[in-house]
Design a protein around this ligand. Structure first.
Ligand code: SAH
Length: 233
């Protein structure tokens, strides 16, 4: 179970009301029963059900069973596409180990309304299912120019360029060490000006994901998988 409260020995842990209902009504846990709890910071703990109250259950943290670990420093940056596809992309990013998902607004982005709370819930559920210890953060949409203006020194950018980049795995391998970000454009692709700016940046490796045009969610999954194959861990 993923909670937000801190996890320390003999500390009370208060899951949300929904989670409490799930624990008592679906899992049928009672006082004294054990379960595994993580919060993305303090590792994974064995907790016991201390009390079952109307307003929710109270758990007690007993012992840490897995220290906190974080996946590779891989960030997925994706242009805001149709809502359902953004939800798929967030789920797959969590499964494929991205540490963070950043939504970007480009010239040709027709931004659907983004429900960040829904995306966070999807990221959390996918993280739980994969057994990873951290939950990828999903950031508010940011304009591409602002993102590049504030680019973190030393972070490499895998720019997925459907107009024709270099072969992905070899170009990723050649780029060497460092934290990575993967950039996926909108259905309408990047504008020529955006493409030019991206290709002119020193930290960009423009890669092809093959000769066919992929949908943004397919491209995100393919790019993250190729990244894992080339440099991931
Ligand atoms: N403008 C394109 C569609 C863009 S697809 C068209 O011709 O219709 C959405 C995004 O997925 C692209 O901006 C790119 O980042 C990525 N993408 C799709 N296919 C790709 C490919 N074969 N190689 C690299 N990136 C690709």
């Amino acid at each position: 179970l993923h909670v937000t409260s801190p996890l320390a020995a003999a500390a009370p842990v208060a899951p949300t009301l929904d989670q409490s209902r799930y624990l008592t009504q679906v899992m049928r846990l009672k006082a004294g029963d054990d379960l595994l709890v993580f919060n993305g910071r303090d590792g994974e703990w064995r907790c016991t059900v201390a009390e079952v109250l109307k307003k929710g259950v109270i758990l007690r943290a007993e012992e840490q069973v897995r220290p906190q670990t974080f996946g590779p420093d891989l960030e997925l940056i994706v242009a805001v596409v149709k809502k359902a596809r953004v939800e798929t992309i967030v789920e797959k990013a969590a499964e494929l180990g991205a540490r963070r998902v950043r939504l970007v607004l480009t010239k040709r982005t027709n931004a659907d309304r983004i429900r960040l709370d829904r995306l966070d819930a999807i990221a959390e559920e996918a993280a739980e299912q994969t057994g990873r210890m951290d939950v990828p953060a999903v950031d508010d949409p940011i304009k591409l120019d602002a993102l590049l203006d504030g680019w973190e020194t030393g972070r490499r950018l895998m720019f997925c360029d459907e107009t024709g980049g270099a072969p992905a795995v070899s170009s990723l391998r050649d780029a060497g060490e460092g934290p990575w970000s993967i950039l996926i454009g909108p259905e309408g692709g990047f504008s020529p000006e955006e493409g030019e700016r991206l290709l002119s940046l020193p930290f960009t490796t423009a890669v092809s994901l093959g000769p066919r045009i992929l949908r943004a969610d397919t491209a995100a999954i393919a790019a993250m998988t190729l990244w894992q194959a080339a440099v991931g861990d």
